[in-house]
Design a protein. Structure first.
Length: 251
């Protein structure tokens, strides 16, 4: 039986691609659920290999949709750290326990999401973060590392960038360009690890139309919500994502 004829795999993969597409369209945080979901039915390495070409195709849609709204200062500080994080993830890929990485990421994400919802409760106005650029580089290392291991770089990005209170279209556009570069930077590592196979590439290609449609759906939603609602949704998604990652790591 191939993956494309395995009904259980198809159901999970379709759900994962829709969630990742909505994340690429702007509903940040959902994307980190993609690899863990597919890893429920196949091993984590082929799960990540199937998603990477899909992520790259979705990046094209997301970047084009938000090409006029992005912050070069944020990208300039985070990208060097992200490259370092990718190299660290590549170097330790064979010895890291993915469940331990996901548990740590889940705990941090959950805590941060709850903290931001608490301090902004009741519509309270909180001054934007003015943390220096080098802090963004450190978060970039975490972004690249988590992205290399499980395409889960969204939470580190949100933790540093969301408190800066950028216009929500700028937040989404900045993430689109940054992750567009990061995902291409991961390709050599995946080739070197032998992660891409004929079957994973065929499955990726079969899911591309759905990937594009779900990304466009995310863009449609983001363009119709207010900035305050956007950040509230982002933090709620972080709480849900963190809880899910913790639960999955412990089972």
């Amino acid at each position: 039986m191939t993956l494309l004829t395995n009904i259980h795999f198809l159901i999970v993969a379709i759900l994962a691609v829709i969630l990742v597409g909505l994340a690429k369209g702007g509903l940040s945080g959902l994307g980190a659920l993609g690899t863990p979901l597919i890893a429920l039915v196949i091993p984590p390495v082929p799960a990540a290999a199937i998603l990477l070409p899909i992520l790259i195709s979705q990046d094209v849609v997301s970047i084009w949709s938000f090409r006029k709204s992005w912050d070069g200062w944020v990208i300039g500080w985070m990208l060097p750290g992200a490259v370092v994080g990718i190299l660290i993830g590549w170097w330790f890929a064979a010895m890291l326990r993915e469940d331990a990485v996901m548990a740590a990421l889940g705990a941090i994400t959950l805590g941060f999401g709850l903290y931001r919802l608490w301090i902004e409760r009741g519509g309270r106005v909180v001054a934007p973060s003015q943390s220096p650029g080098w802090v963004g580089t450190l978060f970039g290392v975490g972004l690249g590392f988590a992205s290399e291991i499980a395409h889960a770089g969204g939470p580190p990005f949100q933790m540093w960038v969301a408190p800066r209170k950028l216009p929500h279209a700028t937040f989404v556009g900045t993430g689109a360009i940054l992750f567009g570069i990061v995902n291409w930077a991961k390709v050599p590592a995946y080739i070197a690890l032998g992660a891409f196979t004929r079957e994973t590439l065929i499955v990726s290609a079969a899911l591309l139309p759905l990937a594009t449609a779900s990304t466009l759906a995310g863009v449609w939603v983001i363009r119709r919500i207010s900035g305050r609602a956007f950040y509230t949704i982002a933090y709620v998604l972080m709480v849900g994502l963190g809880s899910h990652l913790l639960w999955q790591a412990m089972h």
